[in-house]
Design a protein around this ligand. Sequence first.
Ligand SMILES: [Zn+2]
Length: 329
Amino acid sequence: MAAKSKNELILGIDLGGTKTLVGVVDRDGRILGRGKLSTPSHQGGDAIVDVIARAAETAILESGRAFDEVGLAGIGSPGPLDVEKGMILFSANMDVVNYPLAAKLSERLGVPTVLRNDVRASCYAEWKLGAGKGMNNLLGAFVGTGLGGCLIIDGKLHVGHDGNAGEIGHIKAKPNGAKCGCGLRGCLEVYASKTGLVRRFAKARKRDVNSQLFRVWNGPDQKLKSRYLAECYKSGDSLVLQELQRAANYLGGSLGGLVNLLAPDAVILGGGVSLALGEPWLNWVRAAAKEHMLVIPEDREVILPAALGDDAGVLGAALLASESVAGKK
Ligand SMILES: [Zn+2]
């Protein structure tokens, strides 16, 4: 299939609460150039469009290609979103309300732009190009500030009747549990994400618990970087070890139940926290999952680490945009 050289490139955009990554992606899923800027989270939608456009210029420059070779853009964004309208409805981490991001960006970049959920984009990339390549049934669990998920069933991204399937973060993990950012109580995200850890660490800090973490993190007003968790974990800080183990138990327990429900080829464990903590965290989650799995395969691990790291969001946004356009033909 010989694509015209004009329009053959896709801009993959990973819009996060902290940073915005843009990649120039070719039709084979290779990133040819990258741009990265801080997200102006509290300056409204137009400022975000501006930053994306500037990061895109850097990425195109680095790729050595020309802007008119770009035919399409895909954005992975935190939600909730109205995917059909290309709109961010609101966001816990950015001051944006009912903002038509896809249309505004399309106008700015001069190419059709497709908006999708960020976790689903990352997961999709792991399926097509990463840890889940070649598999037909996958569950993705991405642990970062929140806990996002995604489902591939019988070789298709499963979106459900309203397009929002895959929200594993809002499975009930504890009756009458703590309130979640979504408004419900006892969601898994409250126990197995950075938001949940922040809540626990803030309590411990009030109780004057001694922890190395409190030398670098001054409480909930400051961002809890995954790197801090990894450093404290490596030096054996008892509070951090205890809380991470607790989070892994909650996450693994739910994943075990979901494996029983779905019988996936694999569960892909990704996200900033999983990436920073690596193998030991993966093994805790695996152990907790096995305690709740009806069948434990002897010849393989069901829970696998994500393979694409920071590139997953950019690649997934580009792939989903490409698929969305192809689907409309
Ligand atoms: Zn929730």
